[in-house]
Design a protein around this ligand. Sequence first.
Ligand code: MG
Length: 393
Amino acid sequence: MSTAPLDAIQKLECFIVRVPRDVPYLGPLRDGEFINEKGYLIRKGNRSIYPSTDQTVVLKVTAESGRIGWGETYGIAAPEAVKAIVDNLLAPVIVGRDVSAPAVIHDDLYDLMRVRGFFGGYFVDALAGVDIALWDLYGRITGLSVSQLLGGRRQETLPAYVSGLPRATLQERCDLAVEWVNKGFKAIKFAGAVADDGMVKEMAALREAIGPGVDLMVDMHWKHEAAEAVSIIRKLEAHGLYFAEAPVQSEDMTGQVRVANSIGVPLALGEELRTAYEYRPRFEARAMSIVQPEMGHTGITEFARIGMMAQAFHMKIIPHAAISIGIFMAASLQASAVFLGLPYHEYQHSIFDRNLMFTNGDMACENGFYKVPTGPGIGVEPSEALLAMLEDA
Ligand code: MG
């Protein structure tokens, strides 16, 4: 039996978008930190490079009928690499494919570079952006949301945790935490990399400021050896820690397992992983009890697979939220709403609200909850402001 194609892909376009910001991500520059001639800075606290502006990659797929789907992928550093992969490798080979087969196309594209060892990195970021655009197009043509296409939506809102307190001093960070609690948010994650007097003092001060009824989590930025991480986390537990994120280096799965088995709170990880293949050994080894898939790295197809695996291993899903213009953010909410009892979705308050001006739709984050957008596909579309930026890109 053959099935008639729903519509065919005519073209795929890719744009780099940059949005200026007043204060760099993770807060003001510390001693010895500076912005280089290409616009990047290296954070001493976690040895990682960040752009001084927000950068992202937007994708536009057009069907023969003229219908359009939108995607976005991770563009934090050297987004030009992602654009080259989309323009040169992925865009030409999807022309003519049936729009109703996004997961099939995803797997075909993954196979293009598989034997060369491109199991992640920029190649899979590019693939993630294409994947989101294809699911969005399929949804817009059928009139269904991505949640519906994935099998059905369990919830219209998702609890949000406030991510990071980008202020220069501990007192200012405590004041900001109180502000968020007063706005109705019930969970806050602080960044170990910018806890200037150490994580234990930071957490004690935050707990004192916000009181006992708010979940507090720590991002440990892959900085610690396993025994050291266990020692710190045990001290943080005394102040009511909800989870510890990324305590040891990403490659150290043995260390992750050791920490996970030695602490009294959940270990969360996964923001830097892109596929179910990368997650699989960590599921099998019980290297974590909370998974943090990042839509900008996974795309919808792999996000859904990782989430289903997490459920099969009785682990919780608390999705990561990278710097999004709003498109992969909407995709993440669509795919998250499919899962039962998702405790939280990360909320990048310094980016999300400002970037709502770049999309049209009813996506929002208020009083501690995300509203999952209700339109077809991912549920949001570029606004006039974003379309104007794409014309200039
Ligand atoms: Mg993190």
